[in-house]
Write a protein that binds this ligand. Structure first.
Ligand code: 5CA
Ligand code: ZN
Length: 480
């Protein structure tokens, strides 16, 4: 695919990202005086809103029910499940005062909501006949992150946290739910053109309180892996901790089974990063707040151009696209091109005297920067085609990028080269022993992301650490 260069995008990704968020007016970060918390600006908020709408639609159409739980969690609830508290202890913000009074019960700002929802579920659900239930909420959560905070990627207030929580009458049904959750997330990422690899996280890196964790990771422009979604099978860990029992079909009583799964602002961070280039954002038309910008030439368009512009408006209105006519008369066309390219508007239409005379518009695509002349009557179909092609193009380019950044290595040396070059994810044959993977994490100075999901055999391969027969592959990467 042709298009703007991606030199700066790749070489200096963190600065590129800060620049785009600020200059394209997406998210004002680092100026609000609380670390790890930023401000969604009007343009960014519209991008966020469309991602949230997509998420809601995907969840609603698979039978998930939206709820809204309180932000505050009393200390005793948060402490009920011991592994869970241990995992989150260092990351919780506490509310200790109400006005001038010290509270007798400390209240946590939710770091996630397994404990509060399990407590409520134990009041709502008595019988297997009420199951399965699938709840979700899209809210802010708070985590006192100690690793370096980053806009949208590692926040202390995660403002677009979608958490789903489900309840089942058997382990098998919870397993089925894990598969459904993975399918929902595939649909989410596929709709946004975001490429991913799916791994089962190693035992030592699963969610606090889960039986196991399945994670979606992608590779950012700087070669670092980012976890963009997780699905947890919680087993009966939380229901036992809350003494939450139900009646089963055979009249016996048992603890129900749960899953939970979440995505966050990281999805939007990835959408922005993975499709961008040196000129700024490149937005898929389904998400773009403005799908088409019309730039009259010269500025406000006098005489014949003005009359023709109103016809162009009518056509766009009838086509039902989100469009803007940039008739600011204090900016030259070139400055307007720059302005809208930075904001990722998928299609630009240039309308001048020649176009008015010919009954055409000049159409420029943001992804390829290609220009073409289109007859005004054919504009609706041309836009439809361009939108479809842009989405396909962005998705194909993003997948190609990810594939170029995942590699198999047979030796520690080969793996180390890949990691040191900041090239992405490396898959190494693994014998299945924790100590070998932990040792390789240290030797590579990288994180073990886990094993391919579904599991992939490694026939005939040997663990490069201990030499034993490999049972599968372990993935390693520098990660956020
Ligand atoms: N209760 C479960 C399921 S919702 C849970 O909290 N899982 S989690 O801890 O893995 O978080 C879900 C997702 O939120 C992660 O996969 C990651 O993509 C995102 N996330 C986690 N912490 C942050 C953070 N500090 N900033 C931005 N996104 C985050
Ligand atoms: Zn080994």
């Amino acid at each position: 695919m042709s298009g703007a260069s991606r030199e700066r995008w790749q070489r200096d990704f963190p600065r590129w990202f800060d620049w785009v968020l600020r200059d394209a007016e997406v998210y004002d970060y680092g100026r609000y005086p609380v670390k790890g918390m930023g401000v969604w600006m009007p343009y960014g908020f519209q991008i966020r809103r469309r991602v949230v709408e997509l998420l809601r639609r995907l969840l609603d159409e698979t039978g998930h029910e939206e709820v809204l739980l309180p932000l505050l969690v009393p200390e005793q609830l948060l402490r009920r499940e011991s592994e869970h508290v241990r995992g989150f202890e260092g990351e919780v913000y506490w509310v200790t005062h109400g006005g001038r009074e010290e509270l007798d019960v400390k209240l946590a700002l939710r770091p996630t909501s397994e404990t509060s929802i399990t407590f409520m579920e134990s009041l709502w659900i008595q019988s297997y006949r009420q199951l399965p239930r699938k709840f979700y909420q899209i809210v802010s959560i708070f985590r006192y992150e100690t690793k370096a905070t980053r806009p949208l990627i590692r926040l202390r207030e995660v403002t677009t946290f979608k958490e789903a929580h489900t309840v089942h009458d058997s382990f098998e049904d919870a397993e089925r739910q894990v598969l459904e959750a993975v399918e929902v997330y595939k649909r989410l990422f596929d709709s946004l053109g975001i490429p991913y690899i799916i791994s089962r996280r190693p035992e030592w890196d699963k969610f606090a309180g889960a039986l196991y964790t399945i994670a979606f990771d992608t590779v950012m422009p700087d070669g670092r892996a980012l976890q963009i979604g997780t699905v947890h099978n919680l087993g009966q860990n939380f229901t036992k901790a809350f003494d939450f029992k139900i009646q089963l079909a055979d009249e016996s009583h048992d603890y129900p089974w749960q899953t939970s799964y979440g995505v966050s602002d990281r999805v939007i961070a990835t959408l922005i990063s993975i499709h961008g280039d040196d000129r700024g954002l490149v937005l898929p038309p389904s998400i773009a707040p403005v799908q088409v910008v019309v730039v009259p030439i010269p500025a406000a368009g006098e005489g014949e151009v003005a009359g023709y512009l109103s016809r162009v408006r009518e056509v766009l209105e009838d086509a039902g696209v989100r469009y803007r006519v940039d008739d600011r008369d204090d900016l030259r066309p070139g400055a307007k091109y720059y302005y809208w390219e930075l904001r990722g508007v998928p299609v630009r239409l240039e309308v001048g005297a020649r176009e008015a005379r010919e009954g055409t518009v000049t159409m420029a695509r943001r992804d390829t920067l290609e220009k073409a002349s289109v007859r005004l009557e054919e504009l609706p179909q041309a836009l439809e085609k361009a939108f479809r092609e842009i989405e396909e193009n962005l998705k194909a380019r993003a997948w190609e990028y990810l594939k170029s950044r995942v590699k198999r290595a047979r030796s520690v040396e080969e793996a180390r080269e890949w990691i040191q070059a900041r090239a992405g994810v490396v898959e190494v044959p693994w014998c299945g022993r924790e100590e070998c993977a932990v040792k390789l994490e240290e030797e590579l100075d990288a994180r073990a992301l886990g094993t391919p999901w579904p599991r992939e055999p490694a026939d005939g391969e040997r663990c490069p650490v201990c030499g034993a027969r490999a049972v599968t592959w372990m993935r390693y990467a520098k990660s956020y």
